[in-house]
Write a protein that binds this ligand. Structure first.
Ligand code: BGP
Length: 478
C-alpha cells in the first residue's frame, strides 16, 4: 500500500453536528425529517412540529464536541477525514448577499483542528444539506437558478479555505436519482438528494422533474470543478457516488444484460463527469420519454473541460437482478434483490467483501481515475458494557473488506488511494434516522428518542483500526 494512502473516516454535517439553530444556520432539508427505525420509516414534514424528534437538530453534538472527537480520530492514527459543509450554515436561505461569517468560522475551527492533528481534509460540499428556502422558492434542482446559487456557495467556500483544503467533493450520492428514485419513486431518497419528495409531486411530472434534477446537478458539479480550479489549480476535486455491483440472478444471458443495465444507471453522472460529455443514451431516453430537460449550448464545454480529479466510491452492498421482478421480494435501496448466496446485516444490507473488489475493478476499467473509498462499513446493534463494546462483528466485516481492497490494489493494480470508513463515530442513520444503527469505532451514548449523556467510548474496533493504520493495512488480525 502506498505510504501516503488515506486511512480514516467520513462523516456528514446533518448526521453529526446538531446545533441547528446556532451560528445563524438556516433551515436545511434534513432538519424537517423525523427520527424513524428500520420498521417505522422517517416522516418528512412541511414544518417542524411539537412532539417529534428531528435527529439533525442535535446530531451527536459534533458542533460543540468536535475537538474531543478529532482528538479521538487522531488517537486512532487517522490520516484523513471527510466532512461535509452544511450549505445552510454559509448561506442560510441560499440567497443572502453576504456569506454567514459564523458558519465559515465554525468550519475554519474544525478544519484547523484537523490540520493540527495532521489529518488531511476532504470536504464534501453537498451531502443532503440544501437550504430548504431554495426548495420552496425555486423548486430545488428542477430549476437552473439552484445551479447559480450552488456555485456562489462553492466559490465562497473554495476561497475561504483555499489555503488549508486541497481535496473536495462536489456532491454526495446524487446518482441515486437514476436508481431507486427512477425505478420506484423512493420518497426519502428523492428528498435527501433534492429536497423534493417524489410522492408529493404530480405523478405525471415526477420522472421529468427527477430527470431535470439529475441533469442540473451534474452540470453544477462540472461547473463547480471549473470554478474551484480557477481559485486554486492544485485543488483535487472529485464527486462521491453510491455504487452497488449488480450480479445476474442466473446465467441466462438476458439476466447479465439486466445486471449491466442496472450498473449503467448508477454511473450516468460518473460517465458525464469523467468522459467529457453527458451520456447520449440518457439524452435519448429523456427525448423518448417526452421530458423537457433544458440543455444550454455552453453545457457541453463545461463537460468537456472539467473532469473529476478523483472518484469517491461509497460501497456497502451488492445485489442481484434478473429479467423479471422477483415475486414476493422487495428490492433494496438501489433497486436490486438480495443475493441468496450472501449474508445480510441486521438492516437487510447484503454483506459482500468481494463486491468491493468488483466495484473497484469496474471503475478502473471504465475511468482509469484515482478512487477513494469514501464510505464503507456496517450498521449494527451495539451493547455498551463496562465502558466499551466488543464489536468483533464490525472488525470481521472491515477486515474482510480490507483483504479484498488489498487484492484490488496489489493484484488488479487499481488506483485506489484511500479508505474512509463511514461513521467512525456513531451518528444518525440517514435512511432510518435512528441512533441504534451504529457504524462507529467510537460509541456515543445517545438513544433513538434523543436521550443519553452523549459521552464517547472507544469500542474494541477502535484499537483494531489503530493497528491497521499503524501497519498500513498489513495487520488485520484481532
Ligand atoms: C450513504 C450516505 C451516508 C450514510 C450511509 C449509511 O448512502 O452517504 O450519509 O448515512 O449511506 O446509511 P445509513 O446511515 O442509512 O445506514
Amino acid at each position: 500500500m502506498n505510504k501516503r494512502f488515506f486511512w480514516g473516516g467520513s462523516i456528514a454535517a446533518h448526521q453529526c453536528e446538531g446545533g441547528f439553530q446556532e451560528g445563524r444556520k438556516g433551515l436545511a432539508i434534513m432538519d424537517k425529517v423525523t427520527a424513524g427505525t428500520y420498521e417505522k420509516p422517517r416522516q418528512i414534514h412541511e414544518k417542524c412540529l411539537e412532539g417529534y424528534e428531528y435527529p439533525s437538530h442535535t446530531g451527536i453534538d459534533f458542533y460543540h464536541r468536535y475537538e474531543e472527537d478529532i482528538k479521538l480520530f487522531s488517537e486512532m492514527g487517522f490520516t484523513a477525514l471527510r466532512i461535509s459543509v452544511d450549505w445552510s450554515r454559509i448561506y442560510p436561505t441560499g440567497e443572502e448577499e453576504h456569506s454567514n461569517e459564523e458558519g465559515l468560522f465554525f468550519y475554519r475551527k474544525v478544519l484547523t483542528a484537523l490540520r493540527d492533528h495532521n489529518i488531511e481534509l476532504i470536504v464534501t460540499l453537498y451531502h443532503f444539506e440544501l437550504p430548504e428556502a431554495i426548495v420552496r422558492k425555486y423548486g430545488s434542482w428542477n430549476n437552473r437558478k439552484t445551479i447559480e446559487l450552488y456555485l456562489k456557495y462553492c466559490r465562497t467556500v473554495f476561497k475561504e479555505y483555499k489555503d488549508i483544503v486541497t481535496w473536495w467533493a462536489t456532491f454526495n450520492e446524487m446518482n441515486h436519482l437514476e436508481t431507486k428514485v427512477k425505478r420506484e419513486h423512493d420518497e426519502l431518497m428523492s428528498y435527501m438528494v433534492t429536497g423534493l419528495a417524489c410522492s408529493k409531486s404530480d405523478p405525471s411530472e415526477v420522472d421529468a422533474v427527477m430527470a431535470r434534477c439529475t441533469y442540473n446537478m451534474t452540470v453544477a458539479s462540472v461547473m463547480a470543478i471549473e470554478e474551484g480550479h480557477k481559485i486554486n489549480p492544485d485543488f483535487k476535486i472529485g464527486c462521491v457516488f453510491g455504487f452497488e455491483p449488480f450480479y445476474a440472478l442466473s446465467c441466462h444471458p438476458e439476466d447479465s444484460v439486466k445486471a449491466l443495465d442496472c450498473m449503467e444507471d448508477e454511473v450516468v453522472q460518473i460517465d458525464a463527469m469523467c468522459l467529457g460529455r453527458f451520456p447520449e443514451r440518457k439524452i435519448k431516453e429523456y427525448k423518448t420519454r417526452g421530458f423537457q430537460v433544458e440543455v444550454f449550448p455552453e453545457d457541453a464545454g463545461f463537460f468537456m473541460r472539467n473532469r473529476l480529479d478523483f472518484i469517491g466510491l461509497n460501497y456497502y452492498a451488492s445485489a442481484a437482478v434478473g429479467r423479471e421482478p422477483l415475486e414476493g421480494e422487495t428490492p433494496d435501496m438501489y433497486g436490486g434483490y438480495h443475493n441468496p448466496l450472501l449474508e445480510k446485516s441486521s438492516w437487510g444490507w447484503t454483506i459482500d467483501p468481494v463486491g468491493l473488489r468488483y466495484a473497484l475493478r469496474f471503475f478502473e476499467q471504465r475511468y482509469r481515475k484515482p478512487v477513494i473509498i469514501t464510505e464503507n462499513g456496517i450498521g449494527a446493534y451495539d451493547e455498551l458494557e463496562d465502558g466499551t463494546v466488543q464489536d468483533d462483528y464490525r472488525i470481521e466485516y472491515l477486515s474482510s473488506h480490507f483483504k479484498e481492497m488489498k487484492k484490488a490494489i496489489k493484484e488488479d493494480h487499481v488506483n485506489c488511494i484511500g479508505y474512509l470508513m463511514w461513521g467512525p463515530i456513531d451518528l444518525i442513520s440517514a435512511t432510518t434516522g435512528e441512533m441504534k444503527k451504529r457504524y462507529g469505532f467510537i460509541y456515543v451514548d445517545k438513544n433513538n428518542d434523543g436521550s443519553g449523556t452523549l459521552k464517547r467510548y472507544p469500542k474494541k474496533s477502535f484499537y483494531w483500526y489503530r493497528q491497521v493504520i499503524e501497519s498500513n493495512g498489513e495487520k488485520l488480525d484481532f
